[in-house]
Write a protein that binds this ligand. Structure first.
Ligand SMILES: Nc1nc2c(ncn2[C@@H]2O[C@H](COP(=O)(O)OP(=O)(O)OP(=O)(O)O)[C@@H](O)[C@H]2O)c(=O)[nH]1
Ligand SMILES: [Mg+2]
Length: 248
């Protein structure tokens, strides 16, 4: 801990080719922020690279977990550390180069100066875009977001986005007992629960760039998880039953 206000959590699983470049871009964009790499024993040696990077930079730490346990739980571990150490803001950022750290000064300012509790780097608001995605991927993201928005009665355009700045205090109580999804659905669930608590959310337009190296961990199971959970929550909302994880 260096007295920084922001902790950037970088989950990694087999990102050996991109991690150095992403960290270098973070250092240029937000030199004052601290970084926590959460690596799940990546077979490609990402964890070793992370240790090397941390050895040369007092603002970088690595949390090694023994096995792949999903994006959601990696972030929850990072959020817990941010809360325990008193960081004001905690940042979600993919380690595959899809998210431009150059947006972070603006996104953090929206939280610290404009009072947003959550800033979402959004592809689907005016000014946002996706670079190098095939039409199918684009269609899944767009229609999935439209469905979730309608089902969950949300006003957010990009519920699945993984580039975010949270005021650490808004995450209090949103731990593994409440937020139980893993892939995309983790992002949907967290944004939606924060929205339902009446917190201030700003969607900041970003250009999302498809990863140039490594392999996506997206698969049909992740889309399936999101579909059935969003549907179940939407049904609970409409039937007047308590939403799982919320007090009736
Ligand atoms: N620690 C950890 N990191 C993960 C895990 N699964 C994915 N990640 C990381 O989470 C980030 C997002 O994962 P991606 O594979 O890019 O998935 P995605 O962004 O949803 O999908 P694409 O858009 O296809 O790239 C990347 O930095 C991954 O390395 C996991 O189980 N554990
Ligand atoms: Mg990605």
């Amino acid at each position: 801990m260096t007295g920084a206000e922001s902790l950037i959590v970088l989950p990694t699983y087999n990102e050996a080719e991109s991690l150095r470049g992403v960290l270098a871009r973070i250092r240029v964009a937000v030199p004052d922020a601290d970084v926590l790499i959460v690596d799940d024993a990546s077979p490609d040696g990402t964890g070793r690279i992370a240790d090397e990077l941390a050895a040369g930079d007092p603002g970088v730490r690595v949390l090694h977990r023994p096995a792949k346990d999903g994006l959601g739980s990696a972030y929850l571990a990072g959020f817990a550390l941010a809360a325990a150490e008193g960081y004001r803001f905690v940042v979600e950022l993919d380690a595959d180069g899809s998210h431009d750290p150059g947006e972070l000064p603006t996104m953090i300012a929206l939280a610290s100066d404009e009072g947003a509790d959550l800033v979402i780097g959004s592809r689907w608001v005016a000014g946002g875009t996706v670079v190098n995605w095939p039409w199918l991927r684009r269609a899944i993201s767009r229609s999935g977001n439209r469905y979730a928005r309608w089902m969950l009665r949300s006003r957010l355009q990009d519920l699945t986005a993984g580039f975010r700045v949270y005021r650490t205090a808004v995450l209090a109580g949103l731990d593994g007992a409440v937020v139980s999804s893993h892939g995309y659905c983790f992002q949907v669930e967290l944004a939606w629960r924060i929205e339902r608590r009446g917190r201030r959310i700003i969607e900041h337009p970003i250009a999302f760039v498809e990863r140039a190296t490594g392999r996506s961990k997206m698969h049909a199971g992740i889309v399936g998880e999101a579909l059935w959970r969003v549907t179940a929550w939407g049904v609970a909302l409409r039937s007047g039953r308590a939403v799982p994880g919320e007090a009736p």
